[in-house]
Write a protein that binds this ligand. Structure first.
Ligand code: CP3
Length: 350
């Protein structure tokens, strides 16, 4: 591979410069993305490997990024399980028949990924061919808890009353639901690695709504299971969530090679609490990119100073890049992370 910094950092091996990629790096902040989306719905893009491939490569061709992430979404996996998912313009994802009872859980199907999401596996094969070894490709899935949250709430939610109530009131059905999700997610992650994904990220975006005790009992065991399944395919696994900084030692229990942290904690503080056994990904506040460049550079310097000299840092945002982010700042960010980290590296070697 021409540039394997990202994979080396996942394994906590030394690198010449800190690798960077951005969650949601393909998306609405790019005019090229909006042009494709003007012609096709979100689900059409995901289901058409040529379009998913084209969008995956847009940020990679435009910026100095060290990894690509396959263009897909965490939610389409629910369609083959029997849920009616749509992406509603201006509102986000919506499920027409959310899970409301134990019987709904028992009615869920658990199709293998090759049947449920063949288009994403094809898109991975296509992107690998197009990348031709330039940089590695990341595959991903939602974690069981975050998918359960969408499946029960039917969409985004403020207080998560439905999912938490179901979890507490129907413990047996909850376990069956999480079992089914862990099965399809584990199979999907392995299938992505077999199709060519060289690392896998598990998004547990909503796990931070749980108390540490509920997280440990009701979500963590299933996250552990999918991480172990994914690792059995021989690729590094990143586990990411937000608002989880009170549970960092628990996140290590997922067994993931890399833990993604949000911007609500200093990255060296997070790493100290995680311990030396994991690599760390993060953690610039995505909104920082809306500031003048003169304000962005010191925020990047701060993160690099806090991670300097430690193998295993992957630069990223603390959450997905936002629509409206100035494209020029993204370009400069990627260049600056490489330049500054390489300079720090040289200084420390002197
Ligand atoms: O990182 C990448 O570039 C790969 C693509 C990717 C998307 N979604 C594309 C997308 C990834 C990794 C995701 C993950 C995802 N999807 C998560 C976990 C990450 C996170 O942000 O916490 C979640 C919770 C979802 C569910 C989802 N999909 C929501 C809530 C929304 C609507 C809100 C929004 O940001 O628009 C989506 C739609 C979605 N997924 C878009 C993209 C580019 C926007 C679609 C559009 O309007 O064009």
């Amino acid at each position: 591979m021409t540039n394997d910094r990202f994979l080396r950092a996942c394994r906590r091996e030394p690198v010449d410069a800190t690798p960077i990629w951005l969650m949601r790096q393909a998306g609405r902040y790019m005019a090229e993305y909006r042009a494709v989306r003007a012609q096709h719905t979100m689900l059409d893009v995901i289901r058409t490997p040529e379009l998913a491939c084209e969008i995956t490569l847009q940020p990679v061709d435009a910026f100095e990024l060290d990894a690509a992430i396959i263009f897909a979404d965490i939610l389409p996996i629910l369609i083959g399980m029997g849920l009616d998912l749509d992406f509603v313009k201006g509102e986000g994802p919506a499920i027409g028949n959310p899970i409301a009872s134990p019987a709904d859980v028992d009615a869920l199907r658990t199709p293998p990924a090759a049947e449920n999401l063949p288009f994403t596996l094809d898109a991975i094969r296509l992107v690998r061919r197009e990348l031709d070894g330039r940089i590695p490709l990341i595959g991903f899935s939602g974690a069981p808890f975050t998918l359960a949250s969408y499946a029960i709430e039917g969409g985004g939610s403020k207080n998560h009353v439905k999912v938490k109530t179901f979890m507490h009131a129907e413990p047996d059905a909850w376990a069956r639901l999480m079992d089914k999700l862990a099965q399809v997610v584990g199979d999907y992650l392995v299938a992505q690695a077999e199709a060519g994904a060289q690392a896998l990220q598990v998004f547990d975006s909503w796990a931070g709504i749980l108390s540490p005790r509920d997280y440990r009992e009701k979500a963590l065991p299933y996250a552990q299971r999918v991480v172990a399944r994914a690792q059995s395919a021989g690729v590094p696994v990143i586990y990411f969530g937000t608002d989880l900084n009170g549970m960092l030692p628990d996140l290590v229990q997922t067994g993931a090679d890399v833990i993604g942290v949000d911007w609500r904690i200093a990255i060296d503080d997070a790493w100290a609490r995680l311990g030396p056994v994991v690599a760390v990904q993060g953690n610039l506040d995505p909104v920082t990119l809306f500031a003048p460049w003169e304000r962005i550079a010191p925020a990047v310097d701060d993160i690099l100073a806090r991670t300097a000299g430690r193998a295993g840092h992957i630069f990223n945002l603390g959450h997905g890049i936002l629509p409206g982010t100035p494209v020029d700042h993204v370009r400069r960010l990627a260049e600056y992370v490489h330049e500054r980290s390489a300079a720090l590296q040289r200084e420390s070697e002197r």
